[in-house]
Design a protein around this ligand. Structure first.
Ligand SMILES: Nc1ncnc2c1ncn2[C@@H]1O[C@H](COP(=O)(O)OP(=O)(O)OP(=O)(O)O)[C@@H](O)[C@H]1O
Ligand SMILES: [Mg+2]
Length: 139
């Protein structure tokens, strides 16, 4: 089988001003092409931390991570992190703005995605006016 990800003895310690928090300890798994894997555990056991490490959003403290292909990965963050002062369309465009990639073609593509996700009629609304599920779809 085609192994696309190997995680071995992953460990993550968060350092705060007051103390150290062991969030992930000795976590190992392999992921094969076509597999559907769930990470299940009680609140605070380190699930989001593992995903953030795999997506390179935070560093790990110890262990090995090996991706055997170069596909781009990402994950749907638990917190939608929308900017409450920007409307839905402008929340969707912020990545393009920051990367200086905002042009008419990209903007039209974002508008098409908003239509596909049933959000187009809310494009001028602000995050406060959307349901939790709608906010997640904006992300
Ligand atoms: N930025 C941080 N700084 C310090 N400690 C953190 C930080 N993020 C998470 N933690 C701690 O790391 C541990 C794991 O947190 P994590 O968010 O990975 O848990 P989780 O399994 O995703 O929980 P939930 O199911 O509630 O979303 C928790 O004890 C949490 O308090
Ligand atoms: Mg979580």
């Amino acid at each position: 089988m085609n192994k696309i990800l190997e995680v071995k003895n992953l460990r993550k310690i968060y350092h705060t001003k007051k103390d150290e928090i062991l969030a992930v300890d000795d976590f190992s798994f392999d992921l094969y092409k076509g597999e559907f894997v769930s990470i299940v555990g009680p609140s605070g056991c380190g699930k989001s931390t593992i995903l953030s490490i795999l997506c390179n959003l935070i560093d790990h403290s110890d262990g090995k991570i090996k991706f055997n292909n170069d596909s781009k990965i990402g994950y749907m963050l638990q917190d939608d992190s929308l900017f409450d002062f920007r409307n839905i369309l402008s929340n969707c465009l912020i990545g393009l703005e920051i990367n200086k990639n905002l042009n008419q073609e990209n903007k039209e593509y974002v508008e098409k995605l908003l239509k596909d996700y049933g959000l187009y009629e809310f494009k001028d609304k602000y995050p406060d006016n959307l349901s939790g599920g709608m906010r997640q779809r904006v992300v």
